[in-house]
Design a protein around this ligand. Structure first.
Ligand SMILES: Cc1ncc(COP(=O)(O)O)c(C=O)c1O
Length: 375
């Protein structure tokens, strides 16, 4: 049987990961400045994480959501404590798309409405509802186009209010820093307008923190910089350090009813063990501070490279914007210098999404490689 051929693959086969590096069978070593697409938060095969998962699987790996699972409660309590986000309830699922899909569903159940507002360059996932609020027609099938979704521009408060006034909008969904779109971030005033207007017109604000959340920006959630309180917060990627874990935080004002949401695998014992371990390591190793400190370092190093026109993002969600398309440069970094980086919809932007325990020396390797590659 062949694999359904949907991914453009590099001819590289990592078989081992350690910290900020991955290795092929023959020992070839690669610096991972992409974190497997912002997923590796505490580093590959972190010893505490390996221990937590190994011990858990020896006890019990899975049982369904029809029985009590104290690990879910422990995860929720730790998350509240470490994120500083209070008075939300946690629903656990398995991926970013599923988190957003459930967020939209909660909004629609809660408001009784069916239209969703999203923003230009947004990426919220590939399943039916969330791909309809993703700004990329190429990944939308005719089936997905049945949803009621309206696209607006960041900073266009007037259009936002005009749409909300119509009375049929269940939710406004936004990434605080757009990942796939190219690291754009709107103003604090605009994010505050979103939450205020949602409240005024009885819609829910949904902050998609799937990529920017979990410490990546130096805040636990990227929205915290803007002093807003979204009604729903979606999470995934860094939450499990590679184990598929996603979830939504739902404001306590929104009532749950039995059967409203559900999933077979979401919140299973292994997923919770992974999630708890990630939170413990984030706290023990002070990884939020590391993320903010290193951003300053990256900005200084980027100043030494004239071809870099702008450093976008925050913390360890970084975009280096060049004055040319970076596809060839990215390949050069990978094949000549063994450094994984990412791309974005903005073709001039090199995306850097490393594990949150990365150190200055790893960035030094990147900037040395850039100097050689750009000469
Ligand atoms: C902001 C954002 N939301 C949602 C998703 C979808 O997550 P998943 O691929 O886990 O379904 C992504 C994935 O890149 C993302 O960056």
């Amino acid at each position: 049987m062949d694999l359904f051929d949907v991914y453009p693959l590099y001819d590289i086969t990592p078989v081992k990961g350690e910290g900020n590096y991955v290795f092929e069978e023959n020992g070839e070593k690669y610096l991972d400045l992409y974190g497997g697409h912002a997923v590796i938060s505490i580093g590959h095969s972190h010893p505490e994480y390996v221990k937590a998962l190994s011990e858990q699987v020896q006890k019990i790996g899975f049982y369904s959501n029809s029985v009590k699972n104290p690990l879910q409660v422990e995860l929720a309590e730790k998350l509240e404590k470490i994120s500083g986000v209070k008075d939300y309830n946690l629903f656990l699922c398995n991926s970013g798309a599923e988190a957003n899909e459930n967020a939209l569903k909660v909004a629609s159940f809660h408001t009784g409405k069916d239209r969703v507002i999203y923003f230009e360059k947004a990426f919220h996932g590939r399943t039916s509802g969330v791909v309809a609020v993703t700004d990329n027609p190429k990944i939308q099938s005719p089936f997905n186009s049945g949803h009621k979704a309206t696209k607006l521009a960041f900073e266009d408060t007037e259009s936002l209010e005009n749409e909300l006034k119509k009375g049929d909008v269940a939710a406004v969904i936004f990434e605080v820093i757009q990942g796939v779109g190219g690291l754009d971030e709107a103003s604090t005033e605009f994010y505050q307008n979103i939450t205020h207007l949602c409240e005024k017109y009885d819609a829910l604000s949904i902050a998609d923190e799937v990529q920017a959340g979990y410490g990546r920006t130096g805040e636990f959630f990227a929205f915290q910089k803007h002093n807003i309180r979204p009604d729903v917060i979606s999470m995934a990627k860094g939450m499990g350090n590679g184990f598929p874990v996603g979830g939504i935080l739902i404001d306590k004002k929104i009532e749950a009813t039995i059967g409203m949401l559900g999933t077979t695998f979401g919140g299973n014992h292994l997923a919770c063990a992974a999630g708890i371990s990630v939170l413990e390591v984030i706290q023990d190793e002070n990884l939020l501070k590391n993320a903010s400190d290193l951003f300053e370092y990256v900005k200084e190093k980027a100043d030494e490279i004239p071809q870099i026109k702008k450093v976008k993002g925050r913390g360890l969600m970084i975009g280096l914007e060049f004055d040319f398309e970076i596809a060839e440069l990215r390949k050069n970094l990978l094949f000549e210098h063994h450094i994984f980086t990412g791309a974005a919809a903005n073709k001039n932007l090199l995306r850097i999404l490393p594990p949150l325990n990365i150190q200055k020396e790893h960035f030094d390797k990147l900037f040395e490689a850039l100097k050689v590659a750009l000469n």
